[in-house]
Structures are given as structure tokens and as C-alpha cells.
Design a protein around this ligand. Sequence first.
Ligand SMILES: [Zn+2]
Length: 147
Amino acid sequence: MCLSIQRQCSCSADVASLFHTNSVLPEEVVVAVHCPSCSDAVDFDQATMLRDNGWIIEYDLELAAQHLRRFGIDPQTLTPERIFDEGYSTWKGLTPTDAYQKSMELHALWAEAEGDRRKYFEDMKKWTIERTQRLAEAGWRKAQAAL
Ligand SMILES: [Zn+2]
């Protein structure tokens, strides 16, 4: 079972959706999330934080290390990037608000296909590639890794 969590940013302007693959890490590993409006005020610490296109995720590295030790991960090699890139605690989708945006865009595609399933699936394939490219160009880490 994977864990999906919603976390309001520190200024409450936005909500990020995060995803913990196989629930290896508990929700408490995410100390805070900062949106582009509130991330400027954060004293960035690269030992515990990951920056992605204006957003910042702050992790409890000690807690993460305790859980990941069971999987043979040396705490010395544990970084926020590793937690994020290996899916232990990462965006749900490609961006913090992707889970919602994606479903809205897919809904629009389905409406355009007017009940033609085949068209919908073909459009969806094309859309997925174009969208990943667009998000990668915009600077999103997971989209860049997916290309
Ligand atoms: Zn904020």
C-alpha cells in the first residue's frame, strides 16, 4: 500500500499532494512544504530540504534514516534528493498540484473525444508525452527525470 498525503504549505496559499511508495516512510517524515509564495522566507538547508521549481519540501532526515535502515540504506548516503527521486516521499504526479490538474485535463480530453475510446487513448498517449516535456521545460524535477 502506498501512502498519499496532502500538506498545506506554510503560508496556507496552496496544498501539495505527496506520495510515499509502499508506505516505507510515514507521513511525519514531511516536516513542512513551502509554495513559491512562502519559500522565499525559508532559510534553505540542503541537508534536509529539496527545492523544486519554487517549492521546497523539508524532510526529517533522521526519521527517514531510521525507517530506511531496514532496507539496507546507509544513513550517510541519505539525502533529500534520494528520498524524493527514489519515491520514498515525492510529489503525487509530476508537480505538487499535478494530481488535481491531471484529472481536470484528462476530463477535458474525454469530453473532446465525444465517447470515442480509441481517440481518447490515442490523444492521451500524445498528451502524456507533450505534457511531460512541457513540465520538464518549466523546470519540474520529476518531469525532467521522466524524459
Ligand atoms: Zn505558501
